[in-house]
Design a protein around this ligand. Structure first.
Ligand code: NAD
Length: 351
């Protein structure tokens, strides 16, 4: 395998691997390890070219630094990407990726991400110990989604508290876009706690189950984006909050699990100008990474420790909202500012 370091300003280490035998071509970016080793998922994607993969790994690893900082996981930010279609997956490919991860000696710790599964990570594990999020049976932290959902639910409550002075779901109108692993748990739970939940998913059968079992009402994506809601909860893909959707958004709060909800940073300002409270995605959806990070603590994974840490997501959100009010900036900018402040403190402590 050929491993080549690529100097990138603002990043601690960026490396590219090519392995002819397994067909691996990928990157690992270690953005920042001030607060601990760089943890972040391993993504597989049919990138159009090398530059697109490199840009993605840089953007994602920086995002992980900020997310982990605000969530106080004691970790830094990193990410890895494999260029390729998931149909070319093989044991050899992920074992090669395992050797690539191992070559950094623990500076980067990997986990599941888009198009990679626990089965793939088990192949990675054959070559390196720097893997998290394997099965619970193997002593690892298992599926992060229920923890992400739990953290998001607490985050929505913090937003309700902020806007309505009470964190009760009773009588609230909530729209959930995307009812997969995270959104379905949230929709059920909010409905159980007295909210009127409307849901949409491109896979209709997922909504049908919730209609049947949890009294959820189906709605179109357009309806969710424009109807008079207390909370709009994006739990599908990113980019949904943009120049087109924000002017007609009917919700008072936007709080959901989807990553990269704002298409561009200015969308945070657009939401603020409209008086809509936005829970920055990487703050509210940190439950999964908080859960995974517990694996790396002395003594290993303990669910009760993870749940205790996830309880602090509302505090992080209130801190962000306070900062946004004080500085007169969007909540998304306030989250970045908070992350940068935590990193600066970390640097000071390290000397
Ligand atoms: P998932 O794939 O289980 O669910 C996503 C759901 O959204 C699916 O049911 C899918 O059919 C639906 N969907 C996708 N595109 C859609 C569209 N255009 N219109 C309508 N529905 C659409 O994923 P998940 O694990 O529930 O994650 C949801 C979001 O939360 C993602 O953005 C993910 O990156 C983010 N997130 C998840 C976790 C986690 O622990 N699972 C952690 C952090 C962030």
């Amino acid at each position: 395998m050929q491993i080549k370091e690529i100097p990138v300003e603002g990043y601690e280490k960026v490396v590219e691997a090519k392995d002819e035998e397994s067909g691996l071509h990928g990157f690992i970016a270690v953005h920042n390890t001030t607060l601990g080793p760089a943890l972040g998922g391993m993504r597989m994607w049919p990138y159009s070219d090398r530059e697109a993969a490199l840009n993605d790994v840089l953007r994602l690893s920086k995002g992980m630094t900020y997310k982990s900082a605000v969530a106080h996981t004691g970790l830094g930010g990193g990410k890895s990407v494999i260029i390729g279609d998931p149909s070319m997956k093989s044991e050899a490919l992920f074992r090669a990726m395992g050797r690539f991860v191992d070559s950094l000696g623990g500076l980067y710790i990997t986990a599941e991400d888009v198009n990679t599964t626990i089965a793939d990570l088990e192949n990675v594990r054959k070559e390196t110990k720097y893997v998290t999020g394997l099965s619970r049976e193997s002593g690892s932290s298992g599926n992060p989604s229920p923890y992400t959902a739990h953290g998001c639910l607490l985050g929505v409550m913090a937003c309700l508290e902020r806007v309505f002075g009470s964190n009760s779901f009773e009588g609230k109108k909530i729209g959930v876009l995307g009812v997969g692993a995270v959104g379905s748990v949230m929709a059920r739970e909010m409905s159980k706690r007295g909210a009127k939940v409307f849901a949409h998913d491109m896979r209709e059968e997922k909504v049908a189950v919730l209609v049947e079992e949890a009294g959820v009402e189906p709605a179109s994506e357009d309806q969710l984006l424009t109807m008079d809601l207390d909370v709009f909860s994006p739990c599908a893909l990113g980019g949904g909050l943009n120049e087109k959707t924000i002017p007609t958004l009917g919700a008072k709060i936007v709080a959901g699990s989807a990553n990269n909800q704002l298409l561009v940073p200015e969308d945070g300002d657009r939401l603020r100008e409209r008086g809509i409270l936005y829970a920055p995605d990487y703050v509210i959806n940190a439950g999964g990474i908080i859960n995974v990070a517990v694996e790396l603590l002395p003594g290993g994974y303990k669910e009760e420790v993870a749940l205790e840490k996830i309880k602090r997501i509302p505090d992080a959100l209130h801190e962000v909202f306070d900062l946004s009010d004080r500085e007169g900036i969007s909540t998304s900018k306030a989250a970045d500012l908070l992350a940068e402040h935590i990193l600066a403190e970390g640097r000071k402590q390290k000397g």
